[in-house]
Design a protein around this ligand. Structure first.
Ligand SMILES: NC(=O)c1ccc[n+]([C@@H]2O[C@H](COP(=O)([O-])OP(=O)(O)OC[C@H]3O[C@@H](n4cnc5c(N)ncnc54)[C@H](O)[C@@H]3O)[C@@H](O)[C@H]2O)c1
Length: 430
C-alpha cells in the first residue's frame, strides 16, 4: 500500500487481517515511526487493535523504504492523496504520478498497479504511459475505495460493492481471488472498464453530495413554511426509489471527499466540454450553506458578538474520525473569533492544530468545562456523547442558548425546559 493515510492504512490492515502479507509505505517518517511503535496516526474505531494483531502476526509491516515495499509485493495499491489544486477546481494528481514513477524505477519483476486513490477518468491511461518503458511488467487496474471514515473497518469488510476496472480480463481473476473472503460473505463484485471504475467513484460521491444538498435546501424552505424537514426526509426516504440515507438536513457537507470530488468531477467533465450543471449548483449551494449557518449565529446572539462565549461541541466533519478536512467548523470558528466572540471547543478526537493560532479560540477537554459559562452552545458534530446532555445542569449561565446543527434534540422538550433552542429545518418553537 503506497500512502498510509485513512484509505491506505485501513485497507492495508484489513487486507492483512484476511491473510495477506502487507507492507504499508509512506513518505511521512513520523507516521511510519508511530505505526512501528504501535500507535495509529489516525483515529478510526477498532483500528488500533487490528494493527496490533496483524503486526504481531507478522502479516503487516510499515516502512518509508519504497524500494523494499515495491520489490516484496505482487500487487501495489496507490492510496496517496488526490486533493484539489490550489486556486482551481482541478484534481492534483501529482502524488499519484510521483509514486507511479517510483514504481517504475524500482520494479524488477511483474507487478499489478491498482489505483485505490480517487482519480479522474483517464488517469489509469496516464499511469500506463508513465510505465510504458517497462510496459510488459505492469498491469494497471482501477479499484476505487468507498469506505467511510468512522465506519472504515466495517465498510472494508462488508462493502456494498467492490468495483474493479481493467482493460485486461486476467486482472479481474487476480482481484477476484484477493477479494474472495469478502465476496464469500455476500459483497457484490463488479467489473468494468478502467475508465468506468474511475468514473463510478466520482459519480457516487457527487450523487451523495447532491442528496445532502437537496435536503439542506429543503430545510431552508421548511423553516420558512413551518414544516419539519424530518417529516420530509421520512416521507421521501421511505420511497425505495429515493432511499432515506443522506437525507438528513444539517451543516454543509465536508470531509476529505465530497468537496474535492464534486469539483474534480466538474473539472474532468469540462475537459470533455461537458457542463455538469447539477453538480456545479450543488457545489455553489454547499458553499453558501456554510455562510448561511454561520450568519445565523447573528440572528441568535445579535449583530455584536464581542466577548460572547460560544462553545462548540464537535469540530470534525463527522463523528468517529479526527479528520478536519473541509469541516464547517474551519469557516465558522475563525469567522466568529474575528467578530470578537470567545470560542471554546471540545471534540472527543482531541485538540486541533487548525485552531491553535486563532486568537480567542481554546480547546477544553470535556463537555462540562467547555459549556459551563456559554452564551451559546453550538452542536456541530453528532458524536454519541453529545446526544443526551442535560444542558441545564452543565451550563451555569441563565440566558444560554443552544444551536443544534444536527437536530439531536427535541424542540418541544427544549421549550418545556425553557431553553432557547435553534435547530435546522424545523418550525421555530421559541
Ligand atoms: N478518506 C476517505 O474517507 C476516503 C474514502 C474513499 C477514497 N478516498 C481517496 O483515497 C485517497 C487517499 O485518501 P486519504 O484520506 O487516505 O489520504 P491521506 O492524506 O490521509 O493519506 C495519503 C498518504 O499518502 C502519503 N503519500 C503521498 N505521496 C506519497 C508517496 N509518493 N510515497 C509514499 N507515501 C505518499 C502521504 O504522506 C499520506 O500519508 C484519495 O484519493 C481519496 O480521495 C478517501
Amino acid at each position: 500500500m503506497i500512502g498510509t493515510g485513512y484509505v491506505g492504512l485501513v485497507s492495508g490492515v484489513c487486507f492483512a487481517d484476511i491473510g495477506n502479507q502487507v507492507v504499508c509505505v509512506d513518505k511521512d517518517k513520523n507516521k511510519i515511526d508511530k505505526l512501528n511503535s504501535g500507535i495509529s496516526p489516525i483515529y478510526e474505531p477498532g483500528l488500533d487493535e487490528l494493527i496490533k494483531k496483524n503486526f504481531t502476526a507478522k502479516r503487516l509491516s510499515f516502512t518509508t523504504n519504497i524500494d523494499i515495499a515495491i520489490n516484496t509485493s505482487d500487487i501495489i495499491f496507490i492510496c496517496v492523496g488526490t486533493p484539489t489544486r490550489k486556486g482551481s477546481i482541478r484534481v492534483d494528481l501529482s502524488f499519484v504520478y510521483k509514486c507511479t514513477k517510483e514504481i517504475l524505477k524500482y520494479s524488477k519483476r511483474k507487478k499489478i498497479i491498482v489505483t485505490k486513490s480517487t482519480v479522474s477518468v483517464g488517469t489509469g491511461d496516464e499511469i500506463e504511459k508513465i510505465v510504458t518503458r517497462k510496459k510488459k511488467l505492469f498491469t494497471v487496474i482501477s479499484n476505487p475505495e468507498f469506505l467511510r471514515e468512522g465506519e472504515a473497518i466495517r465498510d472494508f469488510r462488508y462493502p456494498d460493492r467492490i468495483v474493479i476496472g481493467s482493460n485486461e480480463k486476467k486482472a479481474f481473476n487476480i482481484m477476484k481471488k484477493l477479494y474472495t473472503p469478502l465476496t464469500n460473505k455476500g459483497s457484490k463484485f463488479y467489473t468494468t472498464s478502467r475508465r468506468g471504475a474511475e468514473l463510478i467513484k466520482y459519480a457516487s460521491n457527487a450523487f451523495l453530495a447532491t442528496k445532502i444538498t437537496f435536503i439542506n435546501e429543503l430545510a431552508n424552505l421548511c423553516e420558512k413554511s413551518g414544516v419539519n424537514v424530518e417529516d420530509i426526509s421520512l416521507g421521501m426516504g421511505s420511497d425505495s426509489r429515493i432511499g432515506g440515507r443522506f437525507l438528513r438536513a444539517g451543516p454543509a457537507y465536508g470531509g476529505s471527499c465530497f468537496p474535492k470530488d464534486t469539483k474534480g468531477l466538474v473539472s474532468a467533465a469540462e475537459k470533455y466540454k461537458i457542463n455538469l450543471s447539477v453538480v456545479k449548483s450543488v457545489i455553489k449551494s454547499n458553499q453558501e450553506r456554510v455562510n448561511l449557518l454561520t450568519k445565523r449565529v447573528h440572528k441568535i446572539l445579535g449583530s455584536n458578538l464581542k466577548n460572547k462565549k460560544i462553545s462548540f461541541l464537535g469540530v470534525t466533519f463527522k463523528p468517529n474520525t479526527d479528520d478536519m478536512r473541509d469541516s464547517t467548523s474551519l469557516k465558522m470558528i475563525p469567522y466568529l473569533c474575528k467578530k470578537g466572540a470567545k470560542v471554546r471547543y471540545y471534540d472527543p478526537s482531541g485538540e486541533k492544530n487548525e485552531f491553535r493560532k486563532i486568537k480567542n479560540c481554546n480547546f477544553r477537554n470535556n463537555i462540562k468545562s467547555n459549556c459551563n459559562d456559554a452564551d451559546l452552545v453550538v452542536l456541530l458534530t453528532e458524536w454519541d456523547e453529545f446526544k443526551s446532555i442535560d444542558f441545564k445542569k452543565i451550563v451555569k449561565n441563565n440566558k444560554f442558548k443552544v444551536y443544534d446543527l444536527r437536530n439531536l434534540y427535541s424542540a418541544e422538550e427544549m421549550k418545556k425546559n425553557k431553553i432557547k433552542y435553534y435547530s435546522v429545518g424545523r418550525p421555530t418553537t421559541n
